[in-house]
Ligand binder design. Structure first.
Ligand SMILES: NC(=O)c1ccc[n+]([C@@H]2O[C@H](COP(=O)([O-])OP(=O)(O)OC[C@H]3O[C@@H](n4cnc5c(N)ncnc54)[C@H](OP(=O)(O)O)[C@@H]3O)[C@@H](O)[C@H]2O)c1
Length: 295
C-alpha cells in the first residue's frame, strides 16, 4: 500500500516509516525543521502545500503524527501551537477526503481528566489542559470530515531509542549515566508504551482498514517514578538518583491528568501485534544498545 507519514522526522514518525518499509509498503515521509535527505519538506500549517502533497502522492493512508506536543507551551501560548495541532489536522483531513485517502491521527491520553484512568475507548474525554483540548478538537474534526475513513490512535508516554533523544526514557537515562539526580512525580500514572509496538499496531490497523478510535498502549499501569526506577534497574544505574516529588510541587503551567493511561481494549479484541510489558521492552532496549555498541 502507499502511505504518507506527516511528521516522519519525529519520534513516532521515524518508527512508522521503518515499520512500513519492512512490511513492503511504499512510504513517503515529511520533515519541517529537522532536515533528512530521505524525507520531503512540508509545513503542514500551509494548507495549499498539504493539498498538493496529498494529491501528488495519493496515498491509501496518511499517518498524521506532526504536532507541537509541548504541553506547557500549549497552555501559555495556545495561538502558537493551534495552527499545527488543530488547523493542520483539518487541512490534512479535507485533502484526504478529496483524494479518497484514509487518515490515522495520533492523539493522547491528555484528552482525559485523569480522575479514573487507565481509560478504554468508551471513556468520555474531559481535557484538563489546552494541549488536551487542542488534540480533542483535532480528533473531532477528523471524525466528522472522514467518518468512515479514519483512525484516531491515542498513545501515551512513548519510549525507545530516538535519533533526536528527547523522550523521557532517553533523557532520564542520560541524566542517570552522568550521575545527575532526577526529580520525578510519583502521582502521575500512565501506561508507558514502547515506540516500536505503536508502529506495529498502527500498521496492523491500517492493513485491516480499521475505522474509529483505538488506544495503543502498553500493559503496565505505573507511576512515573516507578517507571524511572525500572529504567535505572534495567540499565544498571543508581536508583537513589531518582527523587520522588508530587505534580503540585513541580508547578508546571499545564495541569496533568494524574490517573491517566490507556487500555487497548479494541486492539486486544483484534488479535493484532501485542505491546510489550515495560520489563520486556527495557530488556529489548538494553540488547539493542549492546548490539549497537558492539557494531
Ligand atoms: N511521544 C509521546 O509520548 C506522545 C504521547 C501522546 C501523544 N503523542 C502524539 O503523538 C504524535 C507524535 O509524537 P512524537 O513524540 O513523535 O512528536 P515529535 O517527536 O515532537 O515529532 C513531531 C513531528 O511533527 C513535525 N512538525 C512540527 N511542526 C510541523 C509543521 N508545521 N508541519 C509539519 N510537521 C511538523 C516535526 O517535524 P520537525 O521536527 O522536522 O520540525 C516532527 O516530525 C504527536 O501528535 C503527539 O501529540 C505523543
Amino acid at each position: 500500500m502507499k502511505a504518507l507519514v506527516i511528521g516522519a522526522s519525529g519520534f513516532v514518525g521515524e518508527y512508522l516509516m521503518a515499520a512500513g518499509h519492512s512490511r513492503g509498503h511504499a512510504v513517503v515521509g515529511t520533515f519541517t525543521a529537522k532536515a533528512e535527505t530521505h524525507l520531503e519538506f512540508l509545513d503542514a500549517t500551509d494548507a495549499d502545500a498539504v493539498h498538493d502533497l496529498i494529491v501528488r502522492t495519493s496515498p491509501d493512508w496518511v499517518f498524521m503524527t506532526a504536532a507541537n506536543p509541548h504541553v506547557d507551551l500549549c497552555e501559555t501560548d495556545p495561538a502558537a501551537t493551534r495552527p499545527i495541532n488543530v488547523d493542520a489536522v483539518e487541512s490534512v483531513a479535507l485533502s484526504c477526503a478529496e483524494v479518497g485517502s484514509r487518515l490515522m491521527f495520533f492523539s493522547t491520553d491528555y484528552v482525559f481528566d485523569g480522575s479514573n484512568g487507565p481509560y478504554d475507548e468508551h471513556a468520555e474525554p474531559n481535557p484538563l489542559c489546552e494541549y488536551g483540548r487542542q488534540k480533542l478538537e483535532a480528533e473531532e474534526l477528523v471524525r466528522s470530515i472522514l467518518p468512515d475513513h479514519h483512525v484516531v490512535s491515542r498513545i501515551n508516554v512513548v519510549y525507545g531509542w530516538e535519533r533526536h533523544g528527547k523522550n523521557f526514557f532517553v533523557r532520564l537515562l542520560r541524566n542517570l549515566r552522568f550521575g545527575e539526580s532526577a526529580t520525578i512525580p510519583d502521582d502521575q500514572y500512565s501506561t508507558p508504551t514502547y515506540v516500536g509496538d505503536i508502529a506495529e499496531m498502527a500498521w496492523d490497523l491500517a492493513e485491516a482498514r480499521a475505522n474509529g478510535i483505538y488506544h495503543l498502549a502498553g500493559p503496565d499501569f505505573i507511576d512515573r517514578c516507578e517507571f524511572s526506577k525500572r529504567i535505572a534497574a534495567a540499565f544498571e544505574c543508581d536508583p537513589s538518583l531518582i527523587k520522588a516529588t508530587s505534580t503540585a510541587e513541580l508547578g508546571q503551567a499545564a495541569a496533568r491528568p494524574l490517573l491517566g493511561g490507556l487500555v487497548s481494549r479494541r486492539v486486544e479484541e483484534m488479535s493484532m501485534h501485542e505491546p510489550r510489558s515495560v520489563k520486556s521492552a527495557l530488556e529489548l532496549l538494553y540488547d539493542q544498545e549492546s548490539i549497537l555498541a558492539g557494531s
